[in-house]
Structures are given as structure tokens and as C-alpha cells.
Design a protein around this ligand. Structure first.
Ligand SMILES: [Zn+2]
Ligand SMILES: [Zn+2]
Length: 236
């Protein structure tokens, strides 16, 4: 994938996320604005351009003189926090991406851009869909979040397992397919059968309408147990 293709995917991704106020992507070599979110006017984008190029250069310079030599610390991320908001500046190739976002998303963006710079991707094991720049709607708060988060950055809801946007399989944040818990399913079905048999046995000890009543209760309770096993064995 070419860098411009990647750039439009990044812009599309940032444009969809909840908590992102605005973003702008600048071409450092051409000293021009590549793209920006619609909430910023072209005039504002031009004004911000030089500031963002400078921020990108500061970020680059600090990464060279980093006191931390561990691999994961040598990032090209710079972010500034203010009143629950943040401005994150990321260098990727000749482009500088600046994002004004909810503070909670800053570490997520650092991780995503680090993976992008290393050329690493996260793919669904089943269908091969690239997930790094995919989004997901949190079922609890309804906000749009990056697909690869383990919990919702806004409400904390557990998002370790979700449906792949490509194939619909339940996958974890690394794209590995999560299978139904066969043990839980088998236990539910087994208890269901035992309850049914118990109902039949109880029914045989009585006569008339009471017999049918016990059969009925056994069948309904047995079915509920089986259904419960099915629900509880689901990956989500
Ligand atoms: Zn949420
Ligand atoms: Zn898939």
C-alpha cells in the first residue's frame, strides 16, 4: 500500500472516531497541507501548518536523544495534554499528523502509529481484514472507538472480544478467532437432559393431568438449561 493510500485511510479513521475534535495532516517535504478534518477551515489549516511541521521536528529530535533506549520508548510521538484534551503529533514518513483529541485516546494513537511506522498490521485470522484502522461502536456508550482497544477508552466497557467487521466471527484484539466454549455448552445440554429425564421420572410416579404437568415442566426447564448453556458458551 502506498503512503497516500495509507494517508487517506488514516484520515477516514480519524474522521469517524468519537472524541477526536480535529486533525490535520501536513506534507513536511512539500510544506503543504495534505488533508484536514472539515471542522477546520482551509485558512486555519494553513496557519497551523508551520506549527505542526515544527512540532513534528521537535518530536523527531527528541526521539534521537531519548534517554530511554528500550525499543518501545523510541517513539516518534509527541503529545501535549491540557484540561482533559490533548494534541498528539505523529511523524509517519514525510507526513506529520496532528490530532486534537480527548486525552483518553492519546495512548491508543501512540500504539497505532508505532505499529504503522514499523509496517506492522493486525489482521483477522479468518478473513484477513486489516483491523488497525478499523473502528467499532461501543455497545455500552455508543461511541465510535478504534477496533484494537481492549476496553472502551470512554466508558471502560470490556472490548477484548468483538465481531470482525469483515467476516462477523468473534475475534480478540490481535485478530485471533475466539471459539464457543464447548465445555460450557455440553454442561448446559447435559443438565437440560437430566432435568427432562427427572420430569419424566416424576411424571411416571403420578397419574392423569399431573403426569402431563411434570412432563411439561421437565421439557420447559430442560430446554431453558440447554439454552442457557448456549448463551453462556458464546464468546461475547
Ligand atoms: Zn463505551
Ligand atoms: Zn474476519
Amino acid at each position: 500500500m502506498g503512503l497516500s493510500g495509507l494517508l487517506s485511510r488514516i484520515a477516514g479513521f480519524l474522521g469517524k472516531l468519537s472524541g477526536v475534535r480535529w486533525f490535520i495532516i501536513v506534507d513536511r517535504d512539500a510544506r503543504s497541507v495534505a488533508t484536514h478534518s472539515p471542522v477546520i477551515s482551509d485558512k486555519d489549516a494553513e496557519e497551523l501548518k508551520e506549527l505542526i511541521i515544527n512540532a513534528g521536528e521537535i518530536s523527531e529530535a527528541f526521539s534521537k536523544y531519548s534517554l530511554f533506549r528500550r525499543r518501545e520508548m523510541k517513539t516518534r510521538t509527541l503529545y501535549v495534554k491540557f484540561n482533559g484534551e490533548g494534541l498528539e503529533v505523529e511523524n509517519i514518513g514525510k507526513f506529520v499528523v496532528a490530532i486534537n483529541t480527548d486525552e483518553k485516546l492519546l495512548p491508543v494513537f501512540s500504539k497505532i502509529f508505532d505499529l504503522l511506522r514499523r509496517g506492522e498490521t493486525v489482521k483477522c485470522e479468518n478473513c484477513g481484514r486489516e483491523l488497525l484502522l478499523e473502528t467499532y461502536t461501543c455497545p455500552r456508550c455508543g461511541r465510535t472507538v478504534p477496533f484494537i482497544v481492549e476496553e472502551c477508552p470512554h466508558c471502560g466497557y470490556n472490548l477484548r472480544v468483538k465481531k470482525c467487521p469483515g467476516c462477523g466471527n468473534y475475534i480478540d484484539v490481535r485478530g485471533r478467532v475466539i471459539k464457543r466454549d464447548v465445555g460450557v455448552l455440553a454442561t448446559g445440554v447435559l443438565i437440560g437432559i437430566l432435568v427432562l429425564l427427572l420430569g419424566i421420572y416424576m411424571g411416571l410416579t403420578v397419574t392423569g393431568n399431573y403426569r402431563l404437568l411434570f412432563y411439561g415442566i421437565g421439557a420447559i426447564m430442560g430446554a431453558i438449561m440447554g439454552l442457557l448453556g448456549y448463551i453462556l458458551s458464546s464468546p461475547r
